[in-house]
Design a protein around this ligand. Sequence first.
Ligand code: PCA
Length: 327
Amino acid sequence: MTISTPTSLATAVALALVAGSANAADWNLATPYGDASFHTVNTKQFAEDVREATGGELNINVHSGGSLISHGEIKPSVRRGTVQAGEVFLSILSNESTVFELDTLPGLAGSYDEAWQLWQASKPAVEMLFDHQGLMPLYAVPWPSQGIYTDFELNDPAQFQGLRVRAPNINTQRLTENLGGLPTETEESDIPTAFSTGRVDAMITSVSTGESMAAWDYVSHFSDANLWIPKNIVFVNRQAFESLDADVQQAVLDAAEAAEQRGWEASKADAAGSTQALTEHGISISSPNEAVAGALQAAGDELFEEWESRADAGARQLVEKYRASLQ
Ligand code: PCA
C-alpha cells in the first residue's frame, strides 16, 4: 500500500480542481445601459467582486448596451432562466404594479437622502413582487434627478403645448401630457436617432444620460426641474441563486450590498461630473422660473392624485410609511 507519492498527490489536486470547477457557474447578466454609464461600471465591479470573493466559482458576464437582450425582454428572460440576472430601469415595470411607480412620483423624494428613505420603505414590497415571479432583487441604484432638455430657453409653460418630448417611462409620459406636450417613449440608446430624425424636440432624463448621449448635439438648454430620482434594479433568477453553494450565495449578497452603497455614491459623483461636462459643452443649465415651476407643480399634483386613485391600499401605505420615516 503506497502512501501519497508526489505523483498521486498531483493527481489528487488535479481531481479536486476538476471537482471544484464542476460546481463553478457561469452567469449572464443583461443590462440596457452602455459601458460609459456609471450604472454599468458599478455592475461590472459587482461581477468582478463576486469573481474575486468566490475564487472564480461564480463568473458573471455582464452584457451591456442591450447587446444580449432588449430592455423590455430582460425581466421575462431572467424569469424564464434564459439569462440568470438582469438590470432594468425599475419604473418600466409600472404597468405591473403601482409600487413600481413610487420612484417616479413627483414631489415624493427630491434629494438622495429622501430617495434612499423611499427605497428603504418600498424595498420589502418590491422584493415580494419579484419573489412572486421567481426573481430576487440584489440591489438598486438611482439616476440623478430628472430634468427637461430643450433646444430653446424654457421660460413659459405655453412652450409645452404640442412639444414632442422623449420619455423613458410611463409617468414621464403622463407628466408630459399633463403639461400639454406629446410624449414618445424611447430607450436611452435611441435618443440620438429620435432627435436626428426629428421625432422629438425635447427630452426628460438626467444629466448623466444627457452627457452619455451627447445632448449638446441636438439641444441647448437643461431645466434642472428635479422631478424625481428613479432607480435601476439588478436582480437574479431565484432558482439560479438557490443552486449556488451557500458560501457563494453569501458572496453574491455581500457584493450586492457593496454595489448598492457604491452605486449611490457613484450617482452623486456622476451628477456633479455630468453637470460640469454639459456646461463645458455649451448646454445652459438653469432652474425653472416661477411660471414653469408652477406648471410643473400642477402637472405633478395631477399625476400624484391620479396615482393615488389607482393605487391599492398597500401601495398608499408605503407612501405613508416613507413620509413617517422622514420625520
Ligand atoms: N436615464 C435613463 C433612465 C433615467 C435616466 O436618467 C433614460 O433616460 O432612459
